[in-house]
Design a protein around this ligand. Structure first.
Ligand code: MSP
Length: 649
């Protein structure tokens, strides 16, 4: 899938209802959009990033009534709360639209008038089952035992005169449009969901509400006894924020629009919106406008955050608290967690424990320690290498090659809005640099006068790796990335182009940067940090233990003599190992990383004195040691042969 943006990129979030304060769900969409906007700007694109608030309609009118204030007062207060929250989170929106602004009402009324003049809108009567509590009609399918599913009260048949948009006329066109343009709605299963809706007859859309029932809305330009239905009003924000057709901003950005939304608002965006655009002559496809993205007005649909596995929409308090964790752990840690945890398009569960676990393992350990030890060594050892000609080795070139490879992998992931994958790629690079430091041992080179050329090359490689990280991390952890750039003396505005063929920067400009992400010590995180903490032997990974503590662990070399999958398990392999004369069975969670036949004959390191445990019906007598970073897992191996059973210490 291509993201062909040719340098121009218009990205929108939903405009949020202002009857509730900003919470985790709103923050997720906005942060995702921000990460994308920052990434595209980093690549040199001209990005226009729009967010805002949806301020009309029943919901708001009711909330204002409850609060005892005029709707506009509530709207002003709560819209500001959203804006303040985004500013506190460092969201780099280019425009913030409010549907109560005159610039918006003007465009909505102009489009309504144009549609009315073209006979796309007609006056008609609608009769249906109405719930006074919800202030809306219910369709036959939604009614449960003749009652409102929300209020459990009997519905009343009422007839109401309203204006209708001839949406039904677009049913066949829309079905074909979605079939012909798979890229319009991503991930694919949401397009299928829309095609599913379109198998049922599409009704015309009531686009007005009589003022006798609701006053809080944009008056219809052709009949001021009515206000505009809130969705018809709200969707048009994406157009009104750019001005009218003809406005240079509109002409530049509109053909490149991509809408980020949660799956809850798929139907208005995937059905009403394209029909509205088609009717209004605003649908720019490649046939009518060569500058348009193929499959115009793309929808990028994400899943839902749950808390403790349950739906969170009903418990707004918790989602607000979840967002407040940004104050406790910092914007970067929060951003990193939600971008890394939720595969775009799927649901994910939010928990503070999981956030702390990622903060400790990925940010404090993998990234923070790398930055700390690399900057420390550059600062401490650079002076002594002055004048030594750097002696490069293959390992240095390998790191430079990895910069290019990681860059391409991140680009491919971002083209698909796969934020999680982009981060996995960056963390696999961080893992490789951590291993490079362990192997190159600059601290040992520093003690050997004959090795100063080699030391110079290693320090230069580390400097280049850090400069790359200071740039590529900017969309994801912007504050940390800025600190890394400052530490390596990179004062240029960050740009992906800066990472290519970077000449060795002046090591004298480097400053020590430690504590980029201080570790959070909680019992839960200490217990859970296990496998990730083992990823790289970095400073300060876990609480210190005494040598006697360590000696209690019986580590041995073992030979794998047989390996087979554990039935019904995706992750587990059953291994038979030889420990000197003894043969043992062991279960290892490595099936997703190693084929059984590739393991036979290998020497590994095991914990030999672990209490036996039964996993999926197989009793395991020990544990194989492996490290992991992101999605990569690696078994510990020996760099020269030792007999099985040999002690490891
Ligand atoms: N005002 C409409 C949107 C109009 S757009 C023209 C609206 N507003 S909302 O305040 O309810 O925000 C809904 C959006 O917030 C979702 O589409 C999603 O982007 C985000 N989220 C709200 N709760 C969420 C979760 N629990 N999880 C993830 N995101 C969710 O609908």
């Amino acid at each position: 899938m291509s993201s062909r943006s040719d340098g121009v990129f218009y990205l929108t979030t939903p405009i949020y209802y202002i009857n509730a304060p900003p919470h985790l769900g709103h923050a997720y969409t906005t942060i995702v959009a921000d990460a994308m906007a920052r990434y595209r700007r980093l690549g040199g694109d001209d990005v226009h990033f729009l967010t805002g608030t949806d301020e009309h309609g029943d919901k708001i009118a009711q909330a204002a009534q409850k609060a005892g204030v005029a709707p506009q007062v509530l709207a002003d207060r709560n819209s500001k709360a959203f804006r303040d929250e985004w500013d506190a989170l460092g969201i780099t929106y280019d425009d913030f639209i409010r549907t109560t602004e005159p610039r918006h009402a003007k465009v909505v009324q102009a489009i309504l008038q144009a549609l009315f003049d073209k006979d796309e809108i007609y006056f008609g009567k609608y009769g249906g089952q109405y719930c006074y509590g919800c202030e809306r009609f219910y369709t036959e399918k939604e009614i449960v035992d003749g009652k409102c599913p929300d209020h459990q009260t009997p519905l009343v048949y009422i007839e109401e005169e309203n204006y209708f948009f001839r949406m039904s006329a677009y049913q066949d066109w829309l079905r074909r449009y979605l079939e012909d343009h798979p890229e319009v709605v991503q991930p694919d299963r949401f397009r299928n969901e829309l095609l599913g809706f379109l198998r049922e007859p599409l009704q015309d859309l009531s686009i007005s509400r009589p003022k006798s029932r609701l006053q809080w809305g944009i008056p219809l330009p052709f009949d001021d006894r009515f206000v505009t239905y809130v969705w018809f009003d709200a969707l048009l924000n994406y157009v009104s924020a750019l001005g009218d057709p003809g406005d240079p901003r509109f002409e530049r950005y509109w053909p490149r629009v991509q809408h980020l939304i949660g799956k809850d608002i798929l139907k208005p965006h995937g059905i009403y919106w394209p029909c509205m655009l088609k009717a209004a002559g605003l649908l720019r496809d490649e046939a009518t406008d060569p500058a348009a993205l193929p499959g115009f007005a793309r929808l990028r649909v994400h899943g839902y955050w749950t808390l403790g596995g349950g739906k969170i929409s009903k418990s707004v308090g918790n989602v607000v608290e979840a967002l407040a964790l940004t104050r406790k752990y910092g914007n970067d840690a929060f951003r990193y967690f939600i971008l890394r945890e939720m595969p775009f398009g799927q649901d994910a569960n939010f928990s503070e424990e999981a956030l702390v676990e990622r903060l400790n393992a990925d940010l404090a350990n993998d990234l923070g320690n790398l930055v700390s030890r690399a900057t420390t060594m550059i600062v401490n050892f650079s002076a002594q290498t002055a004048g030594a000609a750097p002696t490069s080795e293959a390992a240095d070139d390998a790191i430079r090659t990895l910069v290019g490879e990681a860059g391409r992998a991140v680009e491919a992931a971002m083209a698909e809005f796969a934020f999680q994958r982009a981060l996995v790629e960056i963390w696999s690079f961080i893992g490789a640099v951590n291993r490079y430091v362990d192997a190159a041992r600059p601290w040992a080179l520093a003690k050997d006068l004959a090795q100063q050329g080699r030391l110079a090359a290693v320090l230069a490689t580390l400097g280049a790796a850090l400069r790359y990280l200071g740039i590529v991390l900017e969309p994801f952890v912007p504050d940390a990335a800025a600190r890394i750039r400052a530490a390596v003396g990179d004062a240029r505005p960050p740009a992906l182009g800066n990472t290519v063929a970077e000449p060795g920067a002046d090591p004298r400009a480097v400053q020590r940067l430690s504590g980029l992400f201080p570790r959070v010590d909680t019992k839960a995180s200490a217990a859970a940090a296990g496998p990730s903490a083992a990823a790289a032997p970095v400073e300060g990974a876990t609480a210190r233990i005494t040598i006697d503590d360590f000696k209690r662990v019986d580590l041995r070399v073992a030979e794998i003599v047989a390996a087979e999958p554990v039935p019904k398990s995706k992750k587990l392999l059953k291994l038979t190992i030889r420990l000197g004369e003894e043969s043992r069975t062991l279960v290892a969670g490595i099936a997703e990383h190693y084929r059984p036949d590739a393991l036979v004959g290998r020497k590994v390191v095991v914990v030999a004195n672990l209490e036996p445990a039964t996993l999926m019906g197989v009793t395991s007598n020990g544990m194989v040691l492996a490290g992991s970073a992101g999605e990569t897992l690696a078994l510990l191996a020996l760099d020269r042969d030792l007999p099985s059973g040999a002690k490891v210490r």
